[in-house]
Ligand binder design. Sequence first.
Ligand code: MN
Length: 446
Amino acid sequence: MPDLREFLAEMEKSGEIYRVKGEVSPRFEAAAVIRRLEGKYVVYLEKVKGYSMPVVAGICATRERLNKALNVSSIEEFYLKLLEAIKKPSKCKRVEEDSVRRVQVEVNLERLPVLTHYEADGGPYITAGLVAAQSIDGEIENVSIHRLQVLDRKRFAIRLVPRHLYKLYVDAKSRGKPLDVAIAIGVHPALALAASASPPYGVSEYEVANRLLGGKLQLVKCGVVEAYFPAGCEIVLEGRILPDVEVSEGPFADLTGTYDAVRKQPVVEVLAVHLREKPVYQAILPAGLEHKLLMGVGREAQIWEAVRGVVPKVGGVNLTPAGGGWLHAVISIQKQVDGDAKNAIMAAFAAHPSLKHVVVVDLDIDVYDLEEVEWALATRFQGKKGLLVVEDVRGSTLDPSADQVTGLTTKIGLDATRPIDAPEEKFRKVRIPGEEETLRRVLGEG
Ligand code: MN
């Protein structure tokens, strides 16, 4: 069954789990360790001070691990598989009982090792909770990840960005009804990816995940509320978003590594808690690599597809980590005429409206190697010809430099491709003949 345990077993086999044996506090210490390790390993914190449950984090913090989660071997295959799953989601088998043993425990959110991450954070919050809900008529299902700030033993503040879950909540609220939700923590990475990939409203992210998992995802009906959770997940919280209460949520660090504003947000009342035997609590470090990748790769896939529509060949797309996996893109293309790079820039802006800065490079530049990207800017970019500036467009409210009232921003595209008719050898990277072989022989590298 495709669940977190199956994926962790696979990671264990390939030596990709770092087991931290020493005790760490859920307040700051866990975040510090995750931040240091997640780019190399899945982080498994065996002893979290005050809790019996271990914490796992950084599952999807590298592209290699994401590829393994989808069982593909290149980023191109990854994009194609994700795009196809969004276009052709597949119906899940829905069952009454989970196939794994599960026990119902007393509702007490203080028993979960919920982490506090950064200095000025408003408190601990769940970062890897998949929130599933249905429209009142049962026609529409949505699954998405939201900040769930622990208020007390039975309640969370939930951050609802005005998107799909927010719409379901507002529809229920307009009839004076709460919105039932199932919150699943500790899931197969394909589920987290589907829930982050933003398929259109009306498409169930469970069904996107099911396509990614080759039709093997089963959903289990909740006992108390009208919602489904994925079979085999570690922790299930059944609850409802109340129609008539709002509390202050935050402040919390977001993708950009800056603080998001404190806002009045709705409240989830938790009605039931079900655990697997020996449950593992899953966390995603906010503003960490996993957070950025989960948010970014779906957008990268959309940019990749859009740019492929205007130029014959796209090498890679990188929504860079320092750009929050959100605001900065590097795209490599093969040009046929000089205007192609600017068309690629415009296609990228259209595909991902939050995008702020785009650099387009030739195929010989590795989009993941920012040294090479800077080199391309230094040797191939001319501001007079290659700069595209678009003022006062809708950008990302996460960017503190954008107009905080209107959300307007200035977008910039940089064409760092070499002119199509210029002599190729003037722009070629210098190389040392036999370099790799020499390093292998003399220094034992590779
Ligand atoms: Mn949705």
